[in-house]
Design a protein around this ligand. Structure first.
Ligand code: ADP
Ligand code: MG
Length: 570
């Protein structure tokens, strides 16, 4: 097998902005989390002892490394992520310098136990501040566990520069919270000396993540942000103006999944609040920006905590507009600060309150535009996309992702009913499937299924969730069960089973790409956009629809609006 990890050529290596990366425990944890995410992990466990000085351990369930690759991961400039400097323009991973592990190994004892899924045995690679790395076979689960011990024991100056144990743990906790916001689909856990400091279970609902980081009470008040143009998506949540802080510490930003500090984004955010914010105060925010890696320079900061947007003005305008839209929904109940409304006015302001766990408020990743008037379906493109037009502009829906997302939402909705089938479905199962269905019985019942055992390995389906009544066949039901089975473990919670089942059922029963659709079918999907029932992304995270607004079209055709330009006769 040729190793995925290779040493960068000297020119490429020299062009990568590097430096003294390891300053304190957070620098180590950051690099290890980046690696775990780059390895496709869905669960990342972080453990510290003595604030990280004695031990920092990061365990992931990602792709793992082969023995020869593991030994290669410790030298400098060895990476599996880029080969040439130009690769940075298409980078989709968080790491790229091949420097993190060696830099850590230079100031601490590093040990990596790792196993890829196709190997029965793992490998343990140990490096010490002095001496060459050693490798031994070891039994371990699929994934990677990196253990960093005795940080800075040979660098007393840096050891002395560390803050108190409590402070270092606090910094790590902030960092993990930032990652948790940027990657809600990954479970994160942080423990210090056996005590849990943060637990963020994987979730498709950003609200749950917000609650882990900001607490239930604040999350209930946060306002969802969703804004999209052709090549930029901004999503997250911001606080109403009366919830504000003296510093910007509670403003979290991430760009393409990379937690960053961005003065530009903060400035645009605060510009949108304008006079609504008391002077010298800052809103609370969690904003994620997604754009093409070609519009980004990630190679400007040694710790990769800052990035440079190639089109700063477009980003500024996008963030400002996204947040302004949210603020406009609050008006006119909110009086601008300049009118000196006084503190009582701040307290009596009515702000739509979002309650965590209550379904009636559209929240997660949904478009927030308040009046999307009726859209007219124009037709299908390639039997895959539906095109519609209306006041908001031109909307293109991915027919499968849109239908899948609607079915998923309906299945997960509390009031999702059950409907008896005219002809009972007979499901012949394998022993494994039969046991699995038995275990899933409560989750299936909660979704609206009524199943009955029929002999040793057969199950009768008498009733199904109302939304699936005309869509469910024994074939797609079996496929969905199989898919959910692969995505869950016996340890999964009932809630996880339900989510995975709902996602698998939605995917298997939804209209497929390539299906020709009737006008009625197109209209019903398009209507979901009009009624703002369509989430931005399907349960697998793919977008359901893209809006090309009138303003965007005008910009693209260089047709400035009359208010901004002189009335030309063009
Ligand atoms: P970089 O992330 O910049 O490539 P690192 O020094 O952080 O450099 O890691 C070197 C290489 O080791 C990575 O390119 C990757 O192939 C491998 N690696 C490191 N950590 C992990 C992990 N947790 N799971 C799988 N592979 C890993
Ligand atoms: Mg890395």
């Amino acid at each position: 097998m040729t190793s995925r990890i290779q040493r960068l050529d000297p020119t490429t290596a020299s062009r990568i902005a590097a430096g003294e990366v390891i300053e304190r425990p957070t620098s180590v944890i950051k690099e290890l989390i980046d690696n775990a995410l780059d390895a496709g992990s869905t669960r990342i466990d972080i453990e510290l002892v003595n604030g990280g000085r004695r031990l920092m351990q990061v365990t992931d369930n990602g792709c793992g490394l082969h023995a020869e690759e593991a030994a290669l991961s410790l030298p400098r400039f060895t990476t599996s992520k880029i080969r040439h400097i130009d690769d940075l323009y298409t980078l989709t991973t968080l790491g790229f310098r091949g420097e993190a592990l060696p830099s850590i190994a230079a100031v601490a004892d590093v040990e990596m136990a790792t196993r890829p899924v196709e190997q029965h045995e793992g490998v343990l690679v140990q490096s010490h501040a002095s001496g060459a790395p050693q490798a031994h076979p070891i039994g371990c689960p699929v994934g990677t566990r990196v253990r960093v011990q005795r940080l800075f024991s040979h660098v007393p100056v840096r050891l002395r520069a560390l803050k108190s144990v409590a402070r270092e743990v606090q910094l790590v906790q902030e960092l993990v919270a930032h990652y948790a916001l940027a990657h809600p689909q990954v479970t994160f856990q942080l423990q210090h000396e056996g005590r849990r400091r943060l637990f963020a279970p994987a979730s498709v609902d950003l609200r749950q993540r917000l609650a882990v980081v900001f607490g239930q009470e604040l999350t209930a008040q946060m306002l969802p942000v969703y804004w999209q143009s052709l090549d930029l998506v901004i999503q997250g949540a911001v606080s109403p103006p009366m919830i504000n802080r003296a510093t910007r510490q509670r403003q979290y930003c991430w760009v393409n999944g990379r937690p960053v500090r961005s003065p530009l984004v903060s400035a645009a955010l605060e510009r949108a609040y304008g006079a609504l914010l008391p002077p010298g105060r800052h809103p609370v925010a969690a904003l994620g920006i997604t754009l093409s890696p070609t519009l980004l320079d990630v190679n400007i900061h040694p710790r990769k905590t800052e990035i440079k947007f190639l089109h700063e003005r477009a980003i500024f305008a996008g963030v400002q507009e996204a947040v302004e839209m949210v603020m406009q929904r609050l008006a006119p109940a909110i009086l601008p600060w300049e009118e000196d409304a006084g503190t009582e006015a701040w307290q009596t302001m009515s702000v739509p309150v979002l309650h965590v766990g209550e379904a009636e408020v559209p929240y997660d990743l949904r478009a927030v535009a308040s009046e999307v008037s009726a859209l007219q379906p124009l037709g299908q493109i390639g039997n895959t996309f539906i095109v519609a037009s209306g006041t908001p502009g031109l909307i293109v829906l991915d027919q499968h992702a849109a239908h899948e997302s609607l079915l998923y939402e309906q299945l997960m909705a509390a009031e999702n009913g059950s409907l008896e089938l005219e002809t009972t479905l007979v499901l012949p199962l394998t022993i494994g499937q039969y046991n699995y269905v038995n275990r899933l019985q409560p989750a299936l019942a909660a979704l609206g299924f009524q199943l009955e055992p029929f002999g040793q390995q057969t199950v009768l389906v008498r009733a199904v969730p109302t939304v699936l009544h005309t869509l469910l066949r024994s074939g797609n039901f079996l496929e969905a069960l199989q898919e959910a089975m692969q995505r869950t473990t016996p340890q999964s919670s009932p809630e996880e089973w339900r989510e995975h089942l709902a996602a698998a059922l939605a995917c298997r029963t939804a209209i497929r790409a390539g299906d020709p659709l009737s006008t009625a079918q197109m209209s019903s999907l398009v209507e979901a956009v009009t009624q703002q029932r369509l989430a931005y992304a399907c349960p697998h995270g793919r977008p359901t629809h893209v809006t090309l607004s009138l303003a965007e079209l005008e910009r693209r055709f260089l047709r400035l609006s009359p208010s901004k330009s002189e009335q030309g006769g063009a």
